[in-house]
Design a protein around this ligand. Structure first.
Ligand SMILES: Nc1nc2c(c(=O)[nH]1)N[C@H]1C(S)=C(S)[C@@H](COP(=O)(O)OP(=O)(O)OC[C@H]3O[C@@H](n4cnc5c(=O)[nH]c(N)nc54)[C@H](O)[C@@H]3O)O[C@H]1N2
Ligand SMILES: Nc1nc2c(c(=O)[nH]1)N[C@H]1C(S)=C(S)[C@@H](COP(=O)(O)OP(=O)(O)OC[C@H]3O[C@@H](n4cnc5c(=O)[nH]c(N)nc54)[C@H](O)[C@@H]3O)O[C@H]1N2
Ligand code: SF4
Ligand SMILES: [Mo]
Length: 790
């Protein structure tokens, strides 16, 4: 295909190319992803045959990552669910009967009405996974169909994905901020037609965006900016592609980022590199912050973080001296119990250097055309009495200020385990596979979810979660089989159905069907298009250029107007005054919200609970620092794992990365199967040797299950055999309720032998009730130091 081909069809949204119908639209989920890139779908006889990046779409400008390129394989995967299933055997036996959607809805309606009558709606918990094409749909179903306040992100310990960062930003800045790579402008990198300027320095902080494309940020934008001269600092224990191309790679010890950020603040303040004008006009508490960071000399941080002191100094200078610099931060900021403080410290870095809402800095963003749906969508349909029952509302940062408008995942788990403050009788899971991936302490979740009376799973495939717990499984439609619209910052996008999904249902469809059965007064539309039309006509501001789905599909995307330095123009505060949307109207380096709620208003480093520093005794037995879950190109969490897919061909087995010395000391060679073990449990992955990793640190993968293996228990697709979440704790959160140590554990690694592999984790968990069992009677948490007893 030549460029001429695309030019010829530039103004069309659908055309014929031989036998193919080509449709210009966007992709989101399923399969999962955070972004919504422009695609050209090639369909023939109602079947998806090929996907290309849409060169016209400003978001991805023709690029695609491999998960969209391989979408036809996943959509046409014969192992996909095609019909609703009702369990006929015991849970875990994998025995099902195919039923119609009406029969499934009958069962759901009967169970829900019985729970409403006997226990109250709060006894229903509704879960989703990460940000897919159901982010707003499933919360609305929870509130407006089931009438429960207990909607949460699966069993994500400490809500530790984006929520800690977003709550930090909301409480210090009053808004969300993101690295500015020109994504607010349809003309993108054209510096002549926009105010955008390329960042001189980009900091990749615990984020590997070229692989993860996380949070509506397309990683290739960083490459585009590198090509335009941006220098880079990467803060990561691993030598990623970005780290290898950076001017500074700070090989931080997992879980110590707060200390590193405080040392960088120390250097900036000591050398007077802060933006004095911005600090004096727009910041509150600079002196207090500087005082707090005073003890954090680069030398002290070097000891804590295992990074060279001079490098910390030089990186801080390079960042602060740039005219404009952008920090793109990621998940690893959240995956520590010290997440809130860590996020506050990094937030302070872009603030004191004046990189706030300026071209090529960190910009303030909101959803296009005022579509503020997300987790709070439909919340107001609940009475104040029901709202007050939301689990986890004892955490003020989350509940009182509405910074995290969901139930607290660990609190839901505890309610299932203890029936306190009330029992959970039904669990609905859309797009989450918690025992394979989302939840920490997968064995504990396994035990808990087995006790819930009624479980519904809505998914594309029959997952370990479905086999272990579900009474009903409903098949999910995939991205090219959905009509949808997207509100995640900018641009506003539509997603158009191009192939038939048979009896598979989009989240929007299933929520509508369930809602119309249970509370028809809240569901005035009949199908997904009716719902989208409602959003476009009533939930969007008047600047949106279309008011119904049909018109929206003719345009595919729309950019709202974007302005820099909104704080100077009175565009952020409700009262229309200049300043930020905070109590003081300034960015609160000294966080008055946190002070009022009884938290430390300033950042401070805290050691992870299991580290060589905090727990040297444990470290004697488990000397390696373990970080988990760095993303790989092939998979989105536990998806794309089927054996015949290209993803498994390229990445057939789980991998744990260790240094040459760490491997040699243990007699381990590249490609050996090894056990990764700590006080909570163990799992096995394949060793891969790194020339660059610290000898004391290892990086293990998450999300592994083996769809090709026996589905029934005790094997359960081998879901616990390679599951790194046998080693991570649930219910160990920061004091704000946010953050969990998924990425900073201790472990030991040893070679798998026949002898030590008799008791496989899947059997151990499903048949022997194994791992992390001993609970602390006072609070239901797992005791740190419980010794694995295989
Ligand atoms: N392909 C793919 N893309 C995805 C996903 C997926 O599963 N697959 N998942 C999506 C989701 S839900 C999320 S939240 C995002 C996450 O995506 P990112 O925010 O990019 O996070 P990770 O890939 O988990 O980790 C990024 C880097 O942090 C490093 N790291 C590990 N521990 C630490 C630490 O303690 N400190 C620092 N500074 N760095 C550390 C890792 O080595 C890794 O290179 O990706 C999204 N995108
Ligand atoms: N150890 C460790 N654990 C981690 C992480 C880590 O870094 N380390 N990362 C954590 C993070 S940040 C997150 S966000 C969670 C993510 O966890 P989740 O988002 O829950 O991801 P999965 O467990 O893969 O479950 C997603 C399921 O949804 C299905 N699905 C995909 N798209 C759709 C859709 O549109 N509709 C429906 N109904 N189903 C769909 C998929 O087939 C899959 O079975 O994992 C967490 N777990
Ligand atoms: S980031 Fe990758 S998987 Fe997601 S929509 Fe874009 S190309 Fe597809
Ligand atoms: Mo996530």
């Amino acid at each position: 295909m030549t460029t001429d081909y695309y030019k010829k069809h530039w103004d069309e949204v659908e055309w014929q190319d031989g036998d193919y119908t080509v449709t210009r639209t966007t992709a989101w989920s399923a399969p999962g992803c955070h972004d919504g890139c422009g695609v050209l779908y090639y369909t023939k006889d109602g079947k998806l045959e090929k996907v290309e990046g849409d060169p016209k779409n400003p978001f991805n400008r023709g690029s695609l990552c491999m998960r969209c390129v391989m979408m036809p394989e996943v959509v046409n995967n014969p192992e996909r669910l095609k019909k609703p299933l009702k369990r006929v055997g015991e849970r875990g036996e994998n025995k099902w009967e195919e039923i119609s959607i009406d029969e499934a809805l009958d069962i759901i309606e009967e169970k829900v009405r019985a729970i409403w009558r006997d226990y109250g709606p709060e006894s229903i918990a509704v879960h989703i996974g990460t940000g897919r094409d159901n982010n707003d749909v499933i919360p609305r179903m929870a509130y407006c169909a089931f009438g429960t306040p207990n909607f949460s992100m699966g069993y994500l310990a400490g809500d530790s994905c984006f929520c800690p960062r977003s709550a930090s930003m909301a409480s210090t800045n009053g808004d969300f901020m993101i690295a500015d790579m020109s994504q607010q402008f349809e003309n993108r990198y054209d510096e002549k037609s926009t105010e955008w300027r390329c960042p001189e320095v980009i900091v990749n902080w615990g984020c590997n965006a070229v692989v993860s494309n996380s949070d509506n940020f397309f990683g290739h934008w960083i490459v585009d900016c590198m090509q335009r001269g941006a220098k880079m600092i990467t803060i990561d224990p691993g030598l990623t592609w970005l780290a290898a191309r950076s001017d500074y790679w700070l090989r931080v010890r997992p879980g110590t980022d707060c200390a590193l950020a405080m040392a960088m603040i120390h250097v900036i303040a000591e050398e007077g590199l802060e933006d004095k004008d911005f600090v004096s006009k727009w910041c509150y508490g600079f002196d207090e912050l500087v005082e707090r960071c005073e003890p954090w000399t680069p030398e002290r941080a070097a000891e804590v973080c295992w990074v060279d002191a001079d490098k910390i100094r030089e990186a801080a200078r390079m960042y602060a001296n740039a005219n404009n610099a952008a920090i793109q931060w990621g998940l690893k900021v959240d995956q520590t119990t010290n997440a809130t403080a860590t996020a506050n410290a990094i937030n302070a870095l872009w603030t004191i250097t004046g990189n706030v809402d300026v071209p090529g800095g960190n910009i303030i963003i909101r959803n296009a055309f005022s579509q503020n749906l997300s987790y709070g969508y439909g919340w107001h349909s609940l009475s104040p009495e029901v709202q007050a029952k939301r689990l986890g509302s004892e955490f003020p940062l989350m509940s009182r200020a509405g910074y995290s408008s969901s139930a607290h995942a660990d609190s839901v788990l505890k309610a299932i385990e203890t029936s306190e403050p009330y029992p959970i009788r039904m669990v609905w899971m859309s797009a989450t596979n918690p025992i394979a991936n989302m939840g920490a302490d997968a064995p504990r979740l396994y035990r808990a979810l087995k006790t819930v009376d009624f479980v519904v799973v809505h998914d594309v495939s029959l997952t370990p979660t479905a086999v272990a717990f579900a009474d009903l499984v409903i098949p999910a439609a995939m991205s090219p089989e959905r009509n949808s619209q997207r509100c995640w910052w900018v641009p506003h996008r539509t997603m158009k159905k191009v192939c038939d999904s048979g009896e598979c249902y989009s989240d929007t469809n299933i929520a509508t069907l369930v809602g119309r059965r249970l509370k028809p007064e809240n569901w005035p539309w009949e199908d997904e298009v009716g719902w989208i039309n409602n959003i476009l006509s009533t939930e969007s501001d008047e600047k949106i250029p279309y008011r119904n789905f049909e018109d929206a599909c003719k345009q595919v995307w729309a950019y709202p107007e974007f302005q820099y330095r909104k704080y100077e123009k009175g565009l952020l505060r409700f009262d229309g005054q200049p300043g930020f949307n905070t109590p003081t109207g300034r960015i609160e380096l000294f966080n008055t919200n946190m002070m009022l709620w009884g938290y430390d208003p300033l950042p401070e480093h805290k050691e992870p609970s299991c580290s060589p520093v905090s727990n040297p005794e444990l470290a004697e037995k488990y000397p390696l620092v373990l970080t988990t879950g760095a993303r790989s190109f092939e998979f989105f969490h536990s998806e794309q794992r089927h054996a015949h897919l290209t993803s498994r061909e390229l990445h057939p087995q789980p991998k744990v990365e260790m240094s040459v010395k760490a491997a040699a000391d243990r007699g381990i060679k590249e490609g050996d199967w090894v056990w990764i073990e700590n006080q909570r449990g163990r799992c096995r992955q394949i060793a891969t040797i790194s020339l660059a990793l610290d000898d004391r640190v290892v990086r293990a993968e998450h999300g592994w299950w083996f769809p090709e293996a026996e589905a029934a228990e005790p094997n359960l697709f081998g879901v616990f055999n390679s599951n790194i979440n046998n080693l991570t704790p649930q219910c160990e959160n920061g004091d704000t309720g946010f953050g969990a140590p998924y990425a900073n554990q201790l472990c030991e690694i040893y070679k798998c032998t026949e002898e030590n592999s008799q008791d496989l984790p899947s059997t151990h968990v499903t048949r022997k009730d194994g791992y992390s069992k001993e609970m602390d009677e006072t609070n239901g948490d797992v005791k740190v130091g419980v010794v694995y007893n295989g």
